[in-house]
Every structure is written in structure tokens, then in C-alpha cells.
Design a binder for this molecule. Structure first.
Ligand code: P6P
Length: 294
């Protein structure tokens, strides 16, 4: 079964947005070989943008604008939300065009992360329509959820996204992906990590959020980028990274938290807002939440 067939029962505008993004992903996939360098620009977070960041962002934004299907778009690569006045739609879309792009030069997996909303996209993840991500690795895979299960597709040699796995559920597993520096851990997080290590959890961390969470979705365990000394909000972006990936893992039977509350209950106040992130199995998330209560 291909992606278009699998989306048959969905609202037409949502279906078309997903299909158009999947088409842009095929172009992005083809661009890595000739866009290895850095651009001379920086994003709103002060991070130097890779050439692929800028190119992927422009491709996605122009496709969403030309589609007429979307009214609001926010991109991690742009300081402000965009409103397409001539759109008759009320869909809102958030994009991290190329998460993990600092790893392109060493050929590790990177990806495009998308959140889909009806109306205001500064809404809690509990109100979003759905989310998807494309992972550019040995395979190019597309994973989406519109609250009816989590489903994964792989791009075949004829350029078609074919169903790989339907109704994915996160298994129990002993993998942890610990962001931030151990020297900067705060007490509750340190105790959490030490507990996992005592229980024999294996460290698997690539530095690409979308790839690391994809591994947790399929093998179990937990991804974390915690609050750390001097930065209580951690590093990852709430709107562009944490909400969409936390939504997908939650739809697969897992959980997402900022270490104290349901991450999907947090209403973003601004597009650049950062948040501490714990995404994975319910057991691991309950563990850190309880440790923060002690
Ligand atoms: P660190 C990539 O830049 C990113 O935003 C996420 O994809 C990733 O999880 C994190 O930063 C890695 O941060 O501090 O480990 O390099």
C-alpha cells in the first residue's frame, strides 16, 4: 500500500498537505550530495545554518504557500510565523526543515519534522491534528499519525512511499539517548540517568533528535534533553521538535514530558520557546516525573 492510498479516509486538505510534503522530501533527499557546506547565515537561535537548512526551508515554505492548503506556517529556520493571506484554509503547519543538519557532513541520519493543526499553531500538542517526520538515512522513511495509529512508509526505488509498518507501538526496551553534558546535570536528572544505567540501559545517542527518537520509537527506552545548569529550559524547541515527536511517540503508546508534566499539555507562548524533553516509554517517563516530585 502506498502513502496516498493509506491517507484515503482523511480530510482532503490534510491528506494533500502530507502528500505535498512527501514530494518535497524526495527533492530534499536528492540534494545532500551537492549541498554539503554551511551557509553564511545564522538562524534566530544564533546557530549557523547549513546550506541544506536554507534550501529545505525554502522548498517546504514555497510548496505550502503554492498549495493554498495552509494559512499559517512556522519554521525553525525563520524568526516569525508566516500567514498566507490568500489561503482559504485554516490549517497551520510547523516545520523543522532539517533537524540534525550539523551531522550532514558526517553522513548521519537527519530529518524533517512537521506538526499539523487546525487554526492557531501556538496550541498544546493535545490539540494538534497530527504530526509526521521524514528520516533521511539508509532508507528514506516517512512516519505519520493523525490520531488513528502511527504508520511508517519507506521510499522505494521508483520514488513511491510504501507502507513498512502500520499501527506502530513502542516496545519495552533498554536504550537511553541522553543529551546535554553530564557535568551539567541537575540532581533529579542525574539520579534518573544513574538509575537507568544501574538497570543496564545502553547509551545510543547520535546528536540528531529525529533519528534518536525514531530509534526509541522502534526499540523502546527514552530520549532526553534535560534542563541543565544555567539553562532550565534545556535546548530543544517546543513547537518544532518536542511537540510533534512527543505526539507521535504518545500515539504509539509512549509518553512525553518536560520532566514534570505532560509535554503535550504545554501551550507554546512563542515560536522560539525551548523546553526540557523526555520522550519514550511510559515507565521511563513516570520515573523521571516521580523523581522530580521527591
Ligand atoms: P547536542 C541538533 O542540532 C539538535 O537540535 C537536535 O537534533 C539534537 O538532539 C540536539 O540538537 C543535539 O544537541 O548538544 O548534543 O549537540
Amino acid at each position: 500500500m502506498n502513502l496516498e492510498t493509506h491517507l484515503a479516509g482523511q480530510a482532503e486538505d490534510v491528506k494533500q498537505v502530507i502528500l505535498r510534503i512527501s514530494d518535497v522530501a524526495k527533492t530534499i533527499r536528492g540534494g545532500f550530495a551537492t549541498r554539503q557546506g554551511a551557509s553564511d547565515a545564522s538562524n534566530v537561535y544564533g546557530e549557523q545554518q547549513a546550506a541544506m537548512d536554507v534550501w529545505a526551508d525554502e522548498l517546504l515554505i514555497s510548496e505550502l504557500r503554492d498549495s493554498g492548503l495552509v494559512r499559517y506556517v512556522a519554521s525553525e529556520e525563520r524568526p516569525d510565523m508566516l500567514t498566507f493571506q490568500d489561503s482559504t484554509s485554516d490549517l497551520g503547519v510547523t516545520i523543522d526543515p532539517l533537524d540534525g543538519s550539523s551531522l550532514i557532513g558526517v553522513n548521519l541520519a537527519v530529518g524533517t519534522i512537521v506538526g499539523i493543526y487546525r487554526g492557531n499553531l501556538l496550541s498544546p500538542g493535545n490539540e494538534m491534528l497530527g504530526a509526521m517526520y521524514i528520516l533521511y538515512g539508509p532508507l528514506t522513511t516517512l512516519t505519520y499519525s493523525l490520531r488513528e495509529g502511527v504508520h511508517e512508509f519507506a521510499l522505494n526505488d521508483r520514488g513511491v512511499f510504501c507502507l513498512q509498518e502500520e499501527n506502530i507501538t513502542i516496545p519495552e526496551g533498554k536504550i537511553y539517548a541522553p543529551g546535554a553534558l553530564r557535568r551539567d546535570y541537575l540532581p533529579a536528572h542525574r539520579a534518573f540517568i544513574e538509575k537507568l544505567e544501574e538497570e543496564g540501559y545502553k547509551l545510543r545517542y547520535s546528536g540528531s533528535f529525529v533519528a534518536d527518537v525514531h530509534q526509541i520509537l522502534h526499540k523502546g527506552g527514552v530520549f532526553t534533553y534535560p534542563p541543565f545548569a544555567g539553562n532550565e529550559r534545556g535546548k530543544l524547541r517546543l513547537l518544532f521538535e518536542a511537540i510533534p515527536m512527543g505526539f507521535i511517540v504518545s500515539q504509539a503508546g509512549g509518553s512525553a514530558s518536560d520532566g514534570r508534566r505532560d509535554l503535550l499539555s504545554i501551550k507554546p507562548e512563542e515560536v522560539t520557546q525551548r523546553v526540557p524533553v523526555y520522550i519514550g516509554g511510559k515507565r521511563e517517563i513516570e520515573l523521571i516525573v516521580n523523581m522530580n516530585k521527591e
